[in-house]
Design a protein around this ligand. Structure first.
Ligand SMILES: Nc1ncnc2c1ncn2[C@@H]1O[C@H](COP(=O)(O)OP(=O)(O)O)[C@@H](O)[C@H]1O
Ligand SMILES: [Mg+2]
Length: 199
């Protein structure tokens, strides 16, 4: 269960007005999210520091097609573009993992590198698959602070969905060197954490 935090942000006038028509979308550990008119959402944070870090990240990813546009950065809230679609883990549970999606994940991770991220990883729940099968990120966390140079979380989740081997076989066909590196790094990590390979 999520804790029932008290959110208390001071809104600018324009946002306050928009909030009258807001619809609850979801909640995580750091914030609560409402849909606003004009295809926008507002994420209200508990901590200024996290809000600022996420705002800075979204400003740095502004030109990337994978990230929502940022419209306003407040002390405790961010107004940004709404992402439509289905969470990646839900999507592949329903549809399986084909090579096209694997390639899109590979391209997304390449984009992280291009954007100067030090975290070359993401959680499945932070990637949405849109109607036209494009990938979009919703919750960019620790991208410029947490150092990890292979998609550890992503592959761990694919393993629990029994799709890791499918994914790595696709990656091997796209970029053999990468697939070898990812396999060896994940292997070390799984051994350290006593995680079994699911088949
Ligand atoms: N840009 C967005 N478009 C649509 N829904 C979103 C968007 N951002 C967040 N959400 C919804 O709000 C929830 C919480 O947002 P998230 O950014 O993951 O918060 P936290 O940082 O607390 O984990 C998400 O799980 C999702 O359901
Ligand atoms: Mg989240």
């Amino acid at each position: 269960m999520r804790k029932n935090y008290a959110y208390s942000a001071d809104f600018d006038l324009k946002t306050e007005k928009l909030l009258k028509d807001a619809k609850y979308l979801g909640q995580g550990n750091n914030g609560i999210v409402y849909e606003l008119p004009h295809n926008r959402i507002i994420k209200i944070f508990l901590k200024e520091k996290i809000c600022k870090a996420e705002g800075m990240t979204l400003k740095r990813t502004k030109k990337s097609k994978y990230f929502p546009k940022i419209y306003f950065l407040g002390e405790l809230y961010i107004v940004r573009e709404k992402v439509e679609g289905v969470r990646l883990d839900k999507y592949i549970k329903r549809n399986g993992l084909d090579k096209e999606i694997s390639k899109k994940l590979y391209d997304l991770l390449k984009e992280f590198k291009k954007l100067g991220f030090v975290k070359l990883d993401t959680r499945c729940r932070d990637i949405y698959v849109t109607k036209d099968r494009k990938l979009m990120m919703i919750d960019p966390k620790g991208c410029y602070t947490r150092r990890v140079d292979f998609p550890r979380h992503l592959m761990k989740k694919l393993n629990s969905l029994k799709l890791l081997e499918v994914f790595l076989t696709h990656i091997e066909e796209i970029d053999e060197e990468k697939s070898k590196y990812w396999r060896s790094q994940l292997d070390k990590y799984f051994k350290k954490k006593n995680i079994e390979y699911e088949v």
